[in-house]
Structures are given as C-alpha cells and as structure tokens.
Unconditional design. Structure first.
Length: 143
C-alpha cells in the first residue's frame, strides 16, 4: 500500500469517497458530489491535508485532517468497503501517526454514535471516548 498526498486535482475522487463515507456512516449531510467536490477544493486550498492510500488497483482509503495548536483533527477517514477487515485502516492510521502527524500531539476524530463499526475500529486502534454530543429537533417535545 502506498500513501500519497492528495492535491486539488484529486478533489473529485475525494468527493466521491466522501459521499461513500456519508452513506456508510449514516450521516445526514445532503450534499451531492459537485457540492462535496467544491467543499473539498476549499479545504485542500486551506488548512486541511488529505492523503490517499492506494495500490496498483486503485484507492484503498483516504484521510482528511488538519494540524493545529491543539493537535491533529481527523475530519474524514474512509477505508473502501471491499478493503475493510484486511488491516488497511490500521496500517493507514499507523502510517499517518508514524510519518505524517507531529509526535506528541493529541489526535481527535468525530464518530456518529450509530456507526458502531467505526466506533469499534477507533477504539481498537487506541482512541478513547471523550465527548458525546446530544441534540433535540424543534419538532420534538421535551420529556
């Protein structure tokens, strides 16, 4: 598996992978591919970095993150469905930690609580629970 930095030329690919992530995680984001691509271009032209993990057959995974004073915030991470449970995710996170993320920095990732497979993955690679965000919609009555 190779890891390469993504450029704005990869924005369409990353948008398609982001759409897969949105669907897989059960996120409510309604954006289409064109909107996701425009957003990705903005992120890559700003404070975010993306890396694509691939082999000779094509993409296996991607990560979108930013490094700041508080640490590394992993905004998006996806292993393609046919590559899951093969060590690709674990290897990709190890590559990021060992070669691309500053040492001694706090690493954070947000995971939807209903995405149990992702919660289990992040715990398996060493992340621990920190925060739970709760919400109520305007059309729901308070108990």
């Amino acid at each position: 598996m190779q890891c390469r930095p993504a450029t704005v030329n990869d924005s369409r690919l990353l948008a398609e992978l982001n759409a897969q992530l949105i669907a897989d995680s059960g996120h409510r984001n309604p954006m289409g591919i064109d909107e996701l691509e425009a957003r990705m271009r903005g992120w890559l032209g700003g404070e975010y970095t993306a890396r694509v993990f691939e082999d000779e057959a094509g993409p296996l995974a991607y990560a979108l993150y930013r490094v700041g004073g508080e640490g590394v915030y992993l905004r998006q991470f996806l292993v393609l469905p046919d590559q899951r449970r093969r060590g690709v995710g674990r290897q990709a996170i190890a590559e990021l930690r060992d070669r691309h993320w500053p040492k001694g920095k706090r690493l954070t990732v947000d995971v939807l609580v209903t995405n149990t497979a992702a919660v289990e993955f992040w715990r398996a690679v060493g992340f621990t629970d920190y925060c739970l965000t709760l919400e109520i919609f305007p059309d729901r009555d308070l108990a």
